[in-house]
Design a protein around this ligand. Sequence first.
Ligand code: SF4
Ligand code: SF4
Length: 343
Amino acid sequence: MNKDCFIAESDFGSFIGAMLGATKVIGPVAKKTKFVFRELSSPGELRLDYDVTILPAKKAFFPQRQELVRFQGNAVESCIDPEDQVLFGVHFYEVKAIDMLDELFRAGHEDRNYLANREHTTIVASSIQNVSGRAFFASVGTDVKPKGHDAFLTKVFGGYVYEVLTDKGARLTAHGAFEPVTPAQLDEAKRVNDAAMTRCEEKLSHGAKEIATRVRAAFRKEELWNELSEDCFSCGTCNVVCPTCYCFDVQDAWNLDQVSGLRCRSWDGCLMEDFAQVSLGMGAKENFREERATRYRHRVMRKMTYLNEKLGGPACVGCGRCSVGCVPDIADPVKIVDKIMSA
Ligand code: SF4
Ligand code: SF4
């Protein structure tokens, strides 16, 4: 299976074009001054020089809104209907986030709505050409390696090194004029990927285990959480842009006949005011995280402590999307952790 290879820059466009002719390909494309993952319609749209995308790549298998089942009286029909697709050009921190989702959606009762899409996806990771100004991926979970990708593409002089990790990754090489890779090109690829790890402007200054312990110990410091969340307006952006957030809300849409309908799920976020609101029946409600400080604390606990203890690594991959997306700029995990550690 290990058939690492090289493709020249001049042949790269036809490789992407041939792949597009054979399957659906999702990759980073420009959207005004930012980037998004979207289905490609032509090779020229692909922007492997992106720094970070607005939304994470998880939407390729866990879309913002997903139909789950159709019902007609007591008859229920699954909406699962996955199609083969290639997710092309994801950075390694994004693969780490997908690895977490794979584990979480497989745990206990398997989530087939996620896993069916995931299993039909071939992931080609790519080297980081530009680093987002708020990213800190180099200092987070350094002992946790990405593993869910099928190939890894690195831009080197004159073209790309394509490292094959699975049979799915190997199959894609049939679409391009790949040639054997040289030891010098493999060395260059390693240097390129190592160099990307030195270019983050932000960094966590403590290890994951210490952070998990100290953040948990700060749980009852109400003044601290009030101060940290003072400017939060509960928009939920920090949840929605996060590649490791996986909470969703389920709703039934009934047809006028009041017999048939559709059950859907959509992304939810623990910072939003009604996230923890439950019905008590007879029109009564209870919200067990009514205060924004408790919702803010919950997000930090999930990222830095609860899931860290469950998964054996931080549930944050350092993409920096939450820092970029938060209007009052109070969601940056580096600043939050620094504040907690010095409190
Ligand atoms: S993005 Fe910022 S303002 Fe919005 S919910 Fe998150 S912390 Fe609060
Ligand atoms: S918490 Fe922020 S930096 Fe960490 S993975 Fe989520 S969006 Fe990225």
